[in-house]
Design a protein around this ligand. Structure first.
Ligand code: SAH
Ligand code: SF4
Length: 352
């Protein structure tokens, strides 16, 4: 099966503003009509042509007759965790489902975790999504749709003020669609997220990291997860292609805007990569880089035989890096009761 999306229907959420203008002017209509449609779709998030009340009825009809729809996903289910995390199960037009997570950050603010692929090809041994393999890339529209449909799942009065590409899939493997989704997501006439409020997390595809640095000033997070090639190769097969030294070199040449930090994610696997020697090597590897280190104690799922490290091990690891002057945070386990924590996303075979 091709990993390229083959969803047949034409969806307006897949169009950039320029592409939308082209379609609209090709219908013999003025450009401002495209801008009106853009706002309805991406800012107001309407899903029905009839709601576009400032457009002539005939134009709405033309779009519908021409086979256009608004969005190609449906919000199928929202699971709510005891800690307020909300997991959205989003059904795609061709039958698959992706998950997106709303993570409460306090004071009515949420961070939305977006999926970029249906499954993932990179086969990291500690990640549930990795066990699924890759079915296909998501289109730009299917990525933007996750943000638009989430509005129906955000508690009254709350706002989603950050987007992170940390859901299912490797965003930089689906580079073109992910970059295309940033157009509408950052457009002031759309959801209007500043690129500083968007983070793309990658397992370390070096050429695409370089390419991203050239096209989009979003935040970058790197899943480093080990300090020796031997261990990293074992838990992240991609390390055979892009070993640690090459990855760190890519971070050193990344055109980071002033006063910003890269995020280095480090999944702590008990007895595998959580020793004092690892903490020492991690500190050495990152020396001189402007980074924030995010430690993520492993979120379990059945199968791979890893263990979550004990709390005092996490603390010791944290303290070592802290003493060396790094900014270190430990990611909590939000959503763990509904399989919405990092690395737990993907339909279980026994799911209803
Ligand atoms: N593919 C991208 C983004 C999705 S994974 C990437 O790998 O960066 C988002 C984060 O979750 C990554 O840092 C990954 O290392 C981490 N992760 C994956 N499985 C996990 C698990 N079971 N427990 C804790 N973190 C996990
Ligand atoms: Fe894919 Fe990221 Fe999971 Fe690795 S950690 S399998 S790259 S989603």
């Amino acid at each position: 099966m091709s990993i390229r999306p083959t969803v047949p229907e034409k969806s307006l959420t897949d169009l950039s503003r320029a592409a939308l203008r082209e379609r609209v002017t090709a219908l013999g209509l003025p450009r401002y009509r495209a801008d009106q449609i853009f706002k309805w779709v991406f800012q107001k998030g309407i899903r029905d042509f009839d709601a576009m009340t400032d457009l002539p009825k005939a134009l709405r009809q033309t779009l519908a007759d021409d086979g256009w729809t608004i969005g190609r996903v449906t919000l199928e289910r929202v699971a709510v965790s005891v800690d307020g995390t909300r997991k959205l199960v989003i059904r795609l037009q061709d039958g698959g489902a992706v998950e997106s997570v709303l993570i409460p950050m306090g004071e009515g603010r949420f961070t939305q975790c977006l999926s970029s692929q249906l499954g993932c090809a990179l086969d990291c041994k500690f990640c549930f999504t990795g066990t699924l393999g890759l079915s296909r890339h998501l289109t730009a529209g299917e990525i933007v749709d996750q943000v638009l449909v989430a509005r129906g799942a955000v508690p009254e009065g709350a706002v989603v003020d950050h987007l992170v590409f940390m859901g299912m899939g490797e965003p930089l493997h689906n580079f073109d669609h992910v970059v295309a989704s940033l157009g509408p997501l950052t457009d002031p006439d759309g959801p209007g997220y500043s690129p500083r409020r968007i983070t793309i997390s990658t397992s370390g595809l070096v050429p695409q990291i370089d390419a991203l640095g050239q096209v989009a000033p979003v935040n970058l997070a790197i899943s480093l997860n080990a300090t020796t090639d031997e261990v990293r190769e074992r838990i992240m097969p991609i390390n055979k292609r892009y070993p640690i030294a090459e990855l760190i070199a890519a971070l050193r040449r990344y055109p980071l805007p002033p006063r910003r930090k890269l995020t280095v994610e480090y999944v702590l696997l008990g007895g595998v990569n959580d020793t004092d020697a690892d903490a020492q090597r991690l500190g050495d590897l990152l020396r001189g880089l402007s980074v924030r280190i995010n430690l993520i104690p492993w979120n379990p799922f059945q199968g791979p035989g890893f263990a979550r490290p004990a709390d005092d091990r996490v603390r010791a690891f944290h303290q070592h890096l802290d003493r060396r002057g790094y900014t270190v945070t430990v990611r909590g386990t939000k959503g763990i009761d509904i399989d919405a924590a990092c690395g737990q996303l993907g339909e279980r075979p026994d799911a209803a």
